[in-house]
Design a protein around this ligand. Structure first.
Ligand SMILES: [Zn+2]
Length: 502
């Protein structure tokens, strides 16, 4: 049996005074998480253990008991009387952040050593530990009780003591056939919510390998994610190579323009010092705006990809690995824009994987090397160029390709989406070819059988700001337009590749 994970969001009904208690509970939770991050930083070896083992080690280092009267870094410095389950949830939050931070740091050190070994100048800044903590409080069993359809009793920190309070729950009912995870308290849109992860077992799809090796008519949807106008180009083809449909999902130029404008404003507010204090009040609204739009677009594009694949009966989504971030040089707004566009590609993948899985579609990733330079028909290198320019050489990002070997010509992104799909098939014909030489991203959601949990603020590189639901009229406008433009592209496929087999 496979499992699909979903988060159910329910609104909490509480007395106004309780809002301050929820906020105090969240503050304390983040203080405890930040404290454990420090403890981990002072004992980095902890990260070599599993979460369960690390928890024991960290408690021995911090928790005073009769057997352990003088821990090295006592938690009492933050607060006495912190409930065990509250502490454990905070430890897990700290472990998550620490694992991600130290992985980034290790990679940075490696790149630095490699650059120095080659005698190259290395100017990339090292990753920084979290500057402020804004984690949602996860309520482990023991921090809540008596959950019914319409109410729950929560143990909260009032600022002075721990207190059990009963709050009303409104919103969707929890389905019966699911396994419930620990709920979280979420502050969003000037209100407190309860988010509960649910796991639902279902009969999963057959393994990718089996689908690809035993049925030549298995349909795959190859997805080429881009930083230009076409955020995603998807092509459906069968394992044996029959090409069935392509869609161009647009809106990239518009989102880049929007972001560039906001980032330009932020840079001007910073007085062009280049030092960006993301938490600072004057820019917080601008960041929130950008974040919110990036988030909505990622959801729209990923939903469209899955819908298109499903519509054509595809059972596998194929993406390429993202590789490393290479921000464009130039002004702050330009650098920032390309960085965020890169992150957005990651989000689109993550959300598509998550959405695909509950539709019984599996997701896989292939080696990104030369996917844009290879001819989808004869696999020699193609020329890439702009309309009206000589049909030779390789201009990165140009819209057209021509293969001088076999004569294939057409849209460059569509060609790439075909190559991406073909790589998956190749992997099982020659297992060494399709896989990337080294793991390119640390991501829990890597294995095709796994499920990515869709929750806010899971991206460690970014500040976790709650989306501004209250002031987003313009942004909704943007999102609507993009959706509309996507539909346009559906029926109006530009630059069809001309293949004799079609
Ligand atoms: Zn060719």
């Amino acid at each position: 049996m496979a499992k699909a994970t979903k988060t159910i969001r329910q609104s909490l009904g509480y007395r106004p005074a309780h809002a301050a208690w929820f906020a105090a509970t969240k503050d304390l939770f983040n203080q405890v998480a930040a404290f454990y991050f420090e403890v981990i930083a002072a004992h980095e070896k902890v990260l070599e253990f599993s979460n369960k083992e690390a928890l024991t080690v960290l408690e021995t280092l911090t928790h005073t008991t009769q057997k352990n009267p003088t821990p090295i870094m006592p938690l009492e410095e933050i607060g006495e009387d912190i409930p065990a389950m509250f502490r454990r949830a905070a430890i897990h939050a700290a472990l998550g952040s620490a694992r991600s931070f130290y992985t980034l740091l290790r990679k940075w050190k490696k790149r630095k050593e490699q650059a120095q070994a080659k005698g190259k100048k290395f100017t990339e800044r090292p990753p920084v530990p979290p500057r402020f903590w804004n984690k949602a409080v996860t309520l482990y069993a023991g921090q809540w009780k008596e959950r019914t359809r319409s109410s729950i009793v929560l143990k909260v920190w009032t600022g002075r003591c721990w207190s059990w309070i009963k709050v009303r729950i409104t919103g969707r009912k929890l389905p019966d056939d699911v396994e419930m995870g620990s709920p979280s308290l979420i502050w969003r849109g000037h209100h407190w919510w309860l988010h509960t992860p649910l796991e639902k077992p279902f009969a999963g799809p057959g393994k990718i390998e089996k689908q690809v090796t035993t049925n030549a008519r298995t349909k795959m949807c190859g997805v080429d994610l881009n930083l230009n106008e076409h955020l995603a180009v998807c092509t459906i083809q069968t394992v044996e190579g029959t090409i069935l449909a392509t869609t161009f999902i647009g809106g990239g130029r518009r989102i880049a323009g929007f972001r560039k404008k906001q980032l330009g404003r932020i840079a001007r507010n910073r007085g062009k010092t280049g030092v960006i204090a993301e938490g600072e009040q004057d820019n917080a609204d601008l960041w929130r705006k950008i974040n919110h739009v990036d988030e909505s677009i990622s959801h729209l594009v990923s939903a469209r990809i899955v819908q298109f694949a499903k519509q054509h009966g595809a059972t596998i989504l194929v993406f390429e690995h993202l590789g490393d971030l290479k921000p464009e040089k130039g002004k702050y707004s330009r650098q920032g824009n390309s960085k965020r566009a890169f992150w957005m590609k990651g989000r689109i993948f993550k959300y598509a994987k998550y959405k695909a899985y509950s539709e019984v579609l599996l997701t896989s990733r292939v080696n990104p090397r030369n996917t844009s330079r290879e001819c989808a028909r004869c696999h020699s290198l193609v020329a890439r160029f702009k309309e009206g320019q000589p049909t030779e050489g390789y201009t990165s990002g140009a819209p057209l390709v021509l293969c001088h070997q076999c004569g294939l010509q057409g849209n460059a992104d569509r060609n790439a989406s075909l190559v991406i799909g073909q790589r998956l098939v190749k992997r099982y014909q020659n297992p060494l070819q399709g896989k990337p030489p080294t793991p390119l991203l640390v991501e829990g959601a890597e294995k095709s059988a796994g499920v990515a949990v869709c929750q806010e603020a899971t991206c460690e590189e970014e500040p976790s700001l709650p989306p501004a639901w209250h002031a987003d009229r313009n942004e909704h406008g943007t999102a609507q337009d993009v959706l509309f433009r996507m539909d346009e592209h559906m029926s109006d496929i530009p630059h069809q590749l001309r293949l004799p087999s079609e």
